[in-house]
Design a protein around this ligand. Structure first.
Ligand code: 8OZ
Length: 374
């Protein structure tokens, strides 16, 4: 029987456990640069004996245009590469592994975060009914997104190229790989779903066409750094950030079939509504996650199968028994730097403080107690 506390090979990633720290936006990277406080936070969670077998970074912008929130990090400049190096060095010094999550927010942005204060870009000029985070008088505050402009077809290759450069930069900063963020209603997900993609060109309409952008991005990053160092995160039914599609099963089985051809390290799926109900679904019937995995495996996919959303130890064991390889924990890792140890002995667990999730300094970030000191 599989357990969380045993090694797992995911492409080129040799992981000491099946426990993964999910990507978590924390808004503590002023000027889009990683820093010493972030280094301490990741290092606290990096030892696989007590923390995570794999850390996925907070979502990291591939370009200035890909930014939508205050104080989130980037990976498009040499200064950003250099700023991430102490983070990867600290994680590796603990014997841990870390991949970078590559992010373009698309329409989930405000013009104040965009180059020249311009409109955010999207597949179509449709406002996302969602909020972004800005600092107002130094305090994090939720703010409506701006009306986006539709990307012209000849701008798309440049964005694909930004993903490719970002993947190369992540490897230059000593990351063990990258996870492309195709979930939660951001740019790639906006192309996938009919609720945000009304295009009539090669990037909109049929499932084949709506998945074209995702395919181009994945081909580009795999070509740049090798499939076994690449991964992807998807959220087939999540409604977050106004993501909507009436036929997610057909859409995401097509995506999974494509991913099965890439020789990826892993595929990371958020079940249900991100950060909320696991049994939430869009479309006519409950989403069939087993069919999603079967589509991937039948297409030749051999990468690890990672699942996420509101996992307890019991649920994780159940999913491993049902065929999952890796389980990603989000909020539990915010409050428990030694979550691996705590899972291993079935608690106790610190509770996360929501008021410190987005923005701030040490409080609610690096000051959660370890078990030995609890
Ligand atoms: C919470 C706040 C801001 C961004 C995601 C990157 O949902 C995020 C995010 C989450 O994937």
């Amino acid at each position: 029987m599989k357990t969380l506390f045993e090694p797992c090979q995911a492409g080129d990633l040799q992981l000491a456990s099946r426990i993964v720290m999910a990507p978590l936006t924390r808004n503590r990277a002023p000027h889009a640069l990683a820093n010493a406080l972030m280094t301490e936070y990741y290092a606290q969670r990096a030892n696989p004996a007590t923390g995570a077998g794999l850390i996925i970074t907070e979502a990291t912008a591939i370009s200035h245009q890909g930014q939508g929130y205050v104080d989130v990090p980037g990976i498009w400049s040499q200064a950003q590469i250099d700023a991430w190096k102490p983070v990867t060095a600290a994680v590796h010094a603990q014997g841990g592994k870390i991949v970078m999550q590559l992010w373009h927010v698309g329409r989930v942005s405000h013009h104040c975060f965009q180059p020249g204060g311009q409109a955010p870009v999207a597949p179509s000029a449709l406002i996302a009914k969602t909020k972004t985070v800005q600092l107002i008088d130094g305090e994090p505050s939720f703010m409506a997104t701006s009306e986006p402009r539709a990307l012209s077809i000849d701008e798309i290759p440049g964005i694909v190229d930004d993903y490719k450069t970002a993947a190369r930069n992540a490897i230059a900063a000593d990351f063990d790989g990258v996870e492309v963020h195709a979930a939660n209603g951001y740019l790639i997900d906006q192309f996938l779903r009919t609720g945000s993609n009304l295009r009539t060109d090669a990037y909109g309409g049929s499932v084949e066409k709506r998945t074209r952008f995702l395919k181009e991005v994945m081909h580009a990053v795999c070509e740049e750094i090798g499939g076994p160092k690449c991964a992807i995160r998807i959220s087939p039914v999540t409604p977050v950030n106004d993501a909507a599609d009436p036929e997610p099963q057909v859409l995401f089985e097509h995506v999974a079939q494509f991913l099965g051809t890439l020789n990826l390290a892993y595929v990371h799926t958020i079940e249900g509504a991100t950060g909320a109900a696991r049994d939430f679904y869009q479309g006519a019937q409950a989403f069939d996650y087993a069919a999603l995995k079967a589509a991937y495996v039948d297409a030749g996919g051999t990468g690890a199968w990672m699942l996420n959303n509101a996992y307890s130890l019991e649920l994780a064991n159940q999913s491993l028994a049902d065929g999952a390889d890796l389980i990603a924990f989000g909020k539990p890792f915010i409050a428990n730097p030694d979550l691996g140890l705590r899972l291993n002995q079935n608690g106790p667990f610190n509770e996360p403080d929501r008021s410190t999730f987005y923005g701030g300094l040490e409080k609610g970030y690096t000051d959660y107690p370890f078990l030995s000191a609890a």
